[in-house]
Design a protein around this ligand. Structure first.
Ligand code: ADP
Ligand code: ADP
Ligand code: ZN
Length: 217
């Protein structure tokens, strides 16, 4: 199954991708997670990316294209892939198409999680994350024990870029550079819109419903 999970910051891509990856046994590839791991490890790539991430801007295309090319070449992608947070610009989408042709794993569907901006701000400002990749919300998806990850027991924290001014900038970057991909993938008959405003389980059920209809292998 070769899928892109698309949507604005806070739409629920990471939350759904984690569940879908377990359900369909395909790797969840989050460029945000890969960049944050590099920032954490203080790599050259991470130091460069951090300047942009802290401001809520997109990291330059050539950096992301290199990351995704390497990641898709790893053996676990033999069974397919679930991309989360990539592509975010038209040049990234064009590069993806070339990479996927090279490895003979064409994209089958782009799921667009549709959520209104004001809901996104509420979701992102209440988001708490874990190093293991889990994402929680103070109100909508609280952990069993306050401040502690249900899965791995580590302490939860707020991301540096989940502050209101950076959130606003991320939404601006989304509308200017990422939103045009909806038309791009619509023109290629790959786009399916999913109402992302319901609760987490409802959204999951809608996604499964669509993917099972496609009968992807
Ligand atoms: P969110 O889950 O809130 O949408 P991500 O974790 O996907 O955020 O991304 C966090 C930040 O990492 C982005 O604001 C951006 O700076 C950078 N980033 C992640 N993916 C990409 C990408 N495909 N292109 C450019 N920048 C990216
Ligand atoms: P993205 O990866 O698209 O930036 P996340 O999956 O990290 O988004 O979700 C953003 C925030 O919204 C998190 O705090 C998450 O717990 C919460 N969230 C995710 N899906 C829903 C939903 N359907 N309803 C309410 N809150 C949600
Ligand atoms: Zn955890």
């Amino acid at each position: 199954m070769n899928v892109v999970l698309f949507g604005p910051p806070g739409a629920g891509k990471g939350t759904q991708a984690k569940e879908l990856s377990n359900h369909y046994k395909i790797p969840h590839i989050s460029t945000g997670d890969i960049l944050r791991a590099n920032v954490q490890d203080g790599t050259e790539l991470g130091n460069k990316a951090k300047e942009y991430m802290d401001k809520g801007e997109l990291v330059p295309d050539e950096v992301l294209i290199g990351i995704i090319r390497n990641r898709l070449a790893e053996p676990d992608c033999e069974s397919g892939y679930l991309l989360d947070g990539y592509p975010r610009t038209i040049p990234q989408a064009d590069a993806l198409s070339d990479i996927l042709t090279d490895i003979d794993k064409p994209l089958q569907v782009v799921l667009n999680l549709d959520v209104p901006d004001e809901e996104l701000v509420i979701r992102l400002s209440g988001r708490y994350v874990c190093k293991c990749g889990n994402s929680y919300h103070l109100t909508f998806n609280p952990p069993e024990n306050t401040g502690i990850c249900d899965t791995c027991g580590k302490e939860l924290y707020q991301r540096d870029d989940d502050k209101e001014d950076v959130i606003r900038q991320r939404l601006i970057s989304y509308h200017n550079k990422t939103h045009p991909l909806i038309k791009y993938y619509g023109d290629r008959d790959l786009l399916v819109n999913i109402a992302g405003a319901g609760d987490i389980n409802e959204v999951f059920d809608s996604i499964i419903h669509v993917l099972d209809m496609y009968d992807l292998t």
